[in-house]
Design a protein around this ligand. Structure first.
Ligand code: SAM
Length: 227
């Protein structure tokens, strides 16, 4: 299923619902993930599945001299990103496209990010290989993606995530499908250790996995082998 239609429909509500439904945690997760990305330096970055570009703006916030590209197939999400660009007075290079076919030459960027987007691509293996191709040697890939927390917290969280969140998302955005898709797609996504193996299989040298907020989401940092 092409999820870009769904994101086109909810683009106006996307940011508000993100912050509301995660109680503001999503802002913190993006900030920490970008800190991980910038540990390795670099000047040119690509945020895939950029949506309304919160990760891309966070890169600029932490490194104002960076050149940041944002790519997404949902034009309405990019429209919101453009409006935010004007409001903030920041420059991002936004382009329509999919992770499976990156319109960038081999070894052309220092870092790639994808936040809550790898779950949505149709061909994950191909997308990871594209990331590896486009990164320069020693380039860094940072992925943020939801997971399923364990234990008592996990039990309570599952109730919220599977029952309450879809209803709140539906009532506020008016889109039932989009917010029931979220828990369904997270349930289908591989476990963190399994996903880390997929990243290594696409050619990366190492993967660092970090749980955020008791494992609600994970940050994966992978580095491409040096020349
Ligand atoms: C949950 S949003 C994430 C947006 C943003 N990264 C964030 O942190 O809020 C997922 C995004 O993935 C995009 N998407 C869907 N299929 C894609 C694909 N094949 N390649 C790249 N992005 C895709 C959607 O259009 C949507 O904007």
């Amino acid at each position: 299923m092409k999820t870009r239609h769904m994101f086109n429909r909810i683009s106006r509500w996307y940011d508000l619902l993100n912050h509301l439904l995660s109680a503001g945690q999503d802002i913190l997760w993006r900030k920490r993930a970008v800190e991980r990305l910038l540990e390795e330096g670099g000047e040119v970055f690509l945020d895939v599945a950029t949506g309304t570009a919160d990760v891309a703006f966070e890169i600029l916030r932490q490194k104002s001299e960076a050149k940041v590209f944002g790519l997404d197939p949902a034009l309405n999400m990019l429209k919101v990103a453009k409006e935010k660009m004007l409001k903030k007075g920041k420059i991002l290079f936004l382009t329509a496209g999919e992770g499976e076919n990156l319109p960038f030459p081999d070894a052309s960027v220092d870092g790639i990010t994808i936040a809550f987007g790898i779950r949505n691509v149709e061909d994950r293996g191909r997308t990871l290989s594209e990331f590896h191709r486009v990164l320069k040697p020693k380039g860094t890939l940072v992925i943020l993606e939801f997971s399923k927390p364990k234990g008592i917290f996990g039990f309570v969280y599952e109730l919220y995530f599977n029952l309450i969140l879809p209803i709140l998302g539906w009532l506020i955005s008016g889109d039932r499908e989009a917010y029931s898709y979220l828990p369904r797609s997270v349930a289908r996504f591989p476990k963190p250790s399994q996903f880390a193996r997929e990243i290594l299989k696409s050619g990366f040298e190492s993967v660092l996995m970090e749980p955020y907020t008791f494992g609600i989401c994970y940050c994966y940092k992978a580095v491409k082998k040096g020349a």
